[in-house]
Design a protein around this ligand. Structure first.
Ligand SMILES: NC(=O)c1ccc[n+]([C@@H]2O[C@H](COP(=O)([O-])OP(=O)(O)OC[C@H]3O[C@@H](n4cnc5c(N)ncnc54)[C@H](OP(=O)(O)O)[C@@H]3O)[C@@H](O)[C@H]2O)c1
Length: 518
């Protein structure tokens, strides 16, 4: 039996326990936490869903999920059996009051440590329409009154626009205290995103130059190679702006742009991030086309295979106006960032899967070296690889060895894998453990989520007013629509092409050189 943490006895109730998220993400993450001895000693996971399932069938379904999706692969029988003993299932209709009486009874009957009070974490792995419904029933059943012990975890998407997010916040806050609500943005659980704050605030080197005097531009890319897959039902109503920019990319931007927090207390960090969102210059309604580009993939190739366009995917309307690509230029109106553009782009069916932040510094103010001594003189650049490469790469000029003066760019490289030689936990492992600990630092506060919606609202409205005329406007397997290149070209800039997709590597300047950053 693995060791366990000294967290209090806990019951984790997963609404939507028979669903995809539970099988694919939540239970593999819980199982890994169990193996690492991070779960509370006495703990119970109770899946609640409308499907009729015996406890054993439920466990079997979850084991298959772990075998398929856990970073550790197939579990050993003994480990799984130990873990499975903590799993139970309750069939219930989440819209019926009686279900919550049943749940309360089950919680009483299956307390992980009889006689000791347990923390109750209610995880909403269900469609957004059920969030307020479940919260209301939990309140009426008296299951969330204990502010210190009852928590509610809410998945993305949180709202469909600013108004619906405000309304959902109002519904939740009428029933629970803000301190009990954990709004997930799984990007914040990624090690590489958390490390941005360590990189900036645990080193004295970077913070003095982390501002408009030294930084020319910031680019944030989250590119997916996959298409919409089986998610058209959701995606047709969402699109890339809602699905990716409003949450993940804006949260990465906040990590890059926030002021140093006074402490790492949850509200201090979240306030500093919210300040960034509030400082983003609102996009005027007549400037949407100048600041935002939307795209939709047409047929193309992925890994040498022909793939259909978005409108040919199952469940997608043949004339769908849904965007699968967004590029956005944002400005942050404060002393640190005035006039520094933040370019964000994300899309499906792009040339490769990569998430990275590129921080481009200004060129040197004076070039004292003779032009013939310089092979190339690109500005300093810091590249933060979020996935799949977890790395930080700093480009700077160096003198090549030899009697002649010859300068060119070289790279300083930090890789998680090489430096730490231990596996990186999945984002859901980090986030679930934080919920169990009651640490809300990595979760979105009500005002934070609303501020993020405010940033994208003018674009949502502008696009809703005018249907796209040129969809599909990029081929699957490309880097997106030409208009996205033009967005930067107007500022005399170009997208930083990820190295994996034929972008810059050391061999760009030193032909034949083998490059660790491939
Ligand atoms: N799947 C992912 O990887 C992922 C990633 C990020 C966020 N999310 C979010 O997580 C949430 C859940 O997603 P999911 O993909 O897991 O959805 P899902 O597979 O449809 O799971 C939801 C479960 O809730 C059940 N359910 C629906 N109405 C119910 C009711 N009235 N009473 C009891 N059970 C009910 C569904 O049963 P039926 O099947 O019978 O309808 C289903 O088993 C969504 O908000 C989604 O946006 C999912």
């Amino acid at each position: 039996m693995p060791p366990h943490s000294d967290l209090p006895p806990t019951v984790l109730v997963i609404f939507g326990g028979a669903g995809d998220l539970t099988r694919r993400k939540l239970v593999p993450a819980l199982f890994n936490l169990f193996l690492d001895g991070r779960l509370p000693g006495p703990f119970t996971v109770l899946g609640v869903d409308r499907t009729a399932l015996a406890d054993n069938a439920f466990r079997g379904q979850l084991r298959e999920g772990v075998e398929q999706f856990s970073r550790r692969g197939k579990p050993a029988d003994a480990d799984w059996n130990n873990f499975a003993g903590h799993l139970g299932y309750l069939q219930a209709d989440l819209t019926a009051a009686k279900s919550y009486a049943d749940l309360a009874e089950r919680l009483r009957a299956s307390a992980p440590q009889p006689g000791a009070p347990a923390d109750h974490v209610f995880y909403l792995a269900v469609a957004p329409a059920l969030i307020a419904v479940v919260a209301d029933h939990l309140r009426q059943a008296g299951l969330v009154q204990d502010r210190a012990r009852a928590r509610l975890v809410v998945e993305k998407p949180f709202g469909h626009d600013l108004r619906s997010a405000q309304s959902l916040n109002a519904d939740l806050l009428a029933r629970l205290d803000e301190s009990q609500i954990y709004r997930i943005d799984h990007y914040l659980g990624k090690e590489t995103v958390q490390n941005i704050l360590a990189f900036r605030f645990a080193n004295s080197l970077f913070e003095p130059i982390w501002n408009r005097r030294y930084i020319d531009q910031v680019q944030i890319t989250v590119a997916e190679a996959v298409g919409v897959g089986h998610r058209a039902g959701y995606y047709e109503k969402a699109g890339a702006l809602r699905d990716m920019i409003q949450n993940h990319l804006l949260q990465v931007l906040c990590c890059i742009a926030m002021e140093p927090p006074v402490s790492f207390a949850a509200d201090e960090v979240r306030s500093k991030k919210t300040d960034v969102l509030r400082a983003i210059r609102p996009i005027p309604s007549d400037q949407v086309a100048a600041c935002a580009v939307r795209g939709q993939y047409g047929p193309g190739q992925e890994d040498g295979q022909a793939v259909p366009g978005y409108r040919q995917e199952p469940g997608v309307r043949p004339d769908s106006p849904t965007e699968t690509y967004v590029a956005l230029k944002l400005l942050v109106d404060n002393w640190r960032w005035q006039d520094v553009p933040f370019y964000l782009r994300t899309g499906k069916r792009l040339a490769t899967r990569v998430s990275q932040v590129s921080i481009q510094f200004f060129p040197v103010p004076h070039r004292s070296f003779p032009p013939e001594a310089v092979r190339a003189w690109p500005s300093n650049r810091l590249l933060i690889g979020i996935q799949p490469r977890e790395e930080i790469l700093l480009r700077f000029q160096a003198k090549e060895p030899g009697p002649d003066l010859c300068l060119g760019p070289v790279y300083m490289h930090f890789s998680y894998e090489e430096s730490f030689r231990k596996p990186t936990p999945e984002a859901y492992e980090t986030l679930l453990l934080d919920v169990l600990r009651g640490d809300a630092t990595l979760f979105m506060r009500a005002d934070q989520v609303e501020a993020a919606w405010s940033v994208v609202e003018p674009v949502l409205e502008g696009w809703a007013r005018q249907a796209p005329a040129d969809f599909p406007n990029y081929a699957a397997g490309s880097w997106g629509p030409q208009a996205a290149d033009e967005l930067l070209a107007r500022d005399r800039r170009r997208w930083q092409m990820p190295a994996a997709a034929g972008g810059e590597t050391a061999s760009t300047y030193y032909p034949g050189k083998k490059e660790h950053h491939g």
